[in-house]
Write a protein that binds this ligand. Sequence first.
Ligand code: SF4
Length: 277
Amino acid sequence: MGSVPVGAGPEGAPETLEKDPETPPPGLSGGAPSGTGGAGGREGAVRDGGGAGEGGVPGRGPSAGKGRIPGDWLYLGFTHAPLAALGPGLRVGVWTRGCGLGCPGCVAPELRTARPEDAVAATELAAWAAGTARERGLRGLTVSGGEPFHRPEALKAFLELCRAGGLDDVLVYSGRRASELVVSFPWVPDLVTALVDGPFELGRPSSRPWKGSEGQTLTVFGKGELARLYAAWEASDERPLQMVAFPDGAVRILGIPKIGAYDSIFGARDGPVPGGG
Ligand code: SF4
């Protein structure tokens, strides 16, 4: 959601989802906390397509987060900072992997499967996000996916640490409904400043620049200055987009392209125009 892989065709019937590991990936369970945080220079560490902090994103895979709190890990798709779309101002962007919602025409099919090698400790991901924000003078964090609530307790831990690290403006894109999320996870209004909720709906594109489907809604939990910031963002017609080349060869548009814009740039394709989930 919120990113479009260039060259990836729209999906038809939902693909078979890879079953999540029932136990933490090797190295993520058991053992005393090692205290070996940090980001770069580790086996499996990768960088995003532009603007990542000096340390890149945290190491992933079997060695990531060794000795961390069992269960406290997310499946990471990619990151980008500064992110100029998907929220007010410049932000730190994190896209998680894993989503079982199965929207027909899913706009982020590559992020639906959760792979053990993409596990990253919430502590390390938060340290990267907060460190990058400090380096770049950012206060905003956007979390999309995939489905960020795929691992809700790890998301909670990640957001708590990000907030403690100075990221006090947190926007989450979820395919689930806000009314359901606040009941299932009562911590959401405390940790999430604003939530764009609802699934991607094929055939219901939105003309609004902050959402891909008309049925999505914005719920603002933040007060005062942040509430005013999001009211202005919701009403704005500005549509910032970033095209980013990633080291793995992927090229992604970060943001929500205008209806029809994708085809005018890359040529018409069979099926719907992706617009962000
Ligand atoms: S919520 Fe997003 S990632 Fe999940 S199936 Fe729907 S469009 Fe795809």
